[in-house]
Design a protein. Structure first.
Length: 376
């Protein structure tokens, strides 16, 4: 169907990505065929392969971006865990702070009560102070009663003072704890803010990465659509030939086994065309039949073979002949077939890649309207 890909100069080496066995096989065929200078491989498949190559690169980039996105998401999740832990600690510390605040309030109430008790005690002692010692002794039953009263007042006063001192110390301790907790809460809130900022940056990076990945994925889909369109375009043109392809010769017309057994478009044949393509097969049939295949200096689609042939002085025409190359000009790139037999306008052809899947086939078609190249 289509022909030569990009020009290959005599000194150009086969791509290093080709397998070593493929390179050796190609070199052997090249030597046997005594091929000269540059040739151009099938541009149709060159275009498809370029799109597929771009897809491979885009897919690799998409996969890498997906890994980065997973990394960013993992970082976001870990930061969220830290934020949640800090927030829980802040809530717990705030609860402690509230409890201490209530304790301080209660301690203040207790202190106020003790101050009131002490005040009443002092007031009583003041009132008693207006009574002379002799009057107190006189009002007491005996000396022991006087001493008990004096000791009782002193004990109450001492107890109240001790209680006030303890409450005051507790207040100071609680206030210190409260201050520490408030500072801790403040620090934790600051840490949370920093974590939230870091998380926001990770989320921005994640969003940017996902946008990039989406762009690559969209390009892959677009390329796949182009590939499908190119294949559908040529398949429709091939279908208009009107034949019904059959498997035909099990030997595939003698097409070299190294080219036939390799994956489609994985090798370059001696004439610079990808293996298992229509043009590679017809070039082989010309070489097999006539012992040589001229170097094509043209641009290389199958539908450009007639012009290239005329430029090399090779006759073309519209009358089918056995062992001529039949060219369908349909589609963007055309299709090349080898004429095995002729009966009026009906021709029997052998070919490769009629199905756009790189397979060998044979069929009978109406040969009218085709262009024929008469190699010798």
């Amino acid at each position: 169907m289509l022909i030569q890909k990009q020009k290959m100069k005599k000194s150009t080496k086969v791509s290093q990505t080709k397998s070593l066995m493929g390179v050796v096989a190609i070199c052997v065929v090249l030597i046997l065929a005594t091929v000269i200078n540059t040739v151009r491989a099938d541009q149709f498949d060159d275009q498809i392969n370029a799109l597929q190559s771009q897809n491979n690169s885009n897919q690799a980039a998409s996969n890498q971006l997906a890994a980065q996105a997973n990394s960013y998401q993992d970082a976001i999740n870990k930061l969220q865990e830290q934020i949640n832990a800090l927030q829980a600690a802040i809530v717990a510390n705030q609860q402690k702070s509230d409890e201490i605040k209530q304790q301080i309030i209660q301690a203040q109430a207790d202190l106020d009560q003790q101050k009131k008790v002490l005040g009443e005690n002092i007031k009583a002692m003041y009132m008693e102070g207006k009574t002379s010692t002799l009057e107190m002794l006189a009002s007491s039953k005996d000396l022991s009663d006087f001493v008990d009263k004096q000791q009782s007042r002193n004990a109450v006063q001492s107890k109240v003072k001790d209680t006030m001192a303890k409450i005051t110390a507790l207040q100071q301790q609680l206030k210190s704890q409260q201050d520490q907790l408030q500072q801790l809460i403040k620090d934790q809130q600051s840490q949370n803010a920093q974590l939230a900022s870091a998380q926001s940056q990770q989320q921005q990076m994640l969003a940017y990465t996902e946008d990039q990945k989406a762009a690559f994925d969209n390009q892959i889909r677009s390329n796949n659509s182009q590939i499908s369109s190119l294949r559908a375009q040529q398949a429709a043109a091939n279908a208009r030939l009107g034949g019904r392809a059959i498997a035909g010769d099990p030997g595939h017309g003698g097409y070299p086994s190294n080219l036939d057994n390799a994956a489609e478009d994985s090798l370059i044949d001696p004439w610079g065309m990808y293996n298992r393509e229509c043009v590679s097969y017809t070039a082989w049939k010309v070489y097999q039949t006539f012992g040589h295949m001229p170097y094509w200096g043209g641009s290389g689609n199958a539908n450009q073979w007639p012009a290239d042939a005329r430029n090399y002085g090779i006759p073309t025409g519209t009358v089918p002949r056995v062992h001529s190359v039949a060219i369908s000009m349909g589609g963007a790139y055309g299709h090349a077939m080898w004429v095995e037999a002729v009966s009026g306008n009906t021709i029997y052809v052998s070919q490769y890649n009629y199905d756009l899947a790189g397979h060998y086939s044979e069929m009978s078609i109406n040969g009218a309207g085709l262009t024929y190249i008469y190699f010798q």
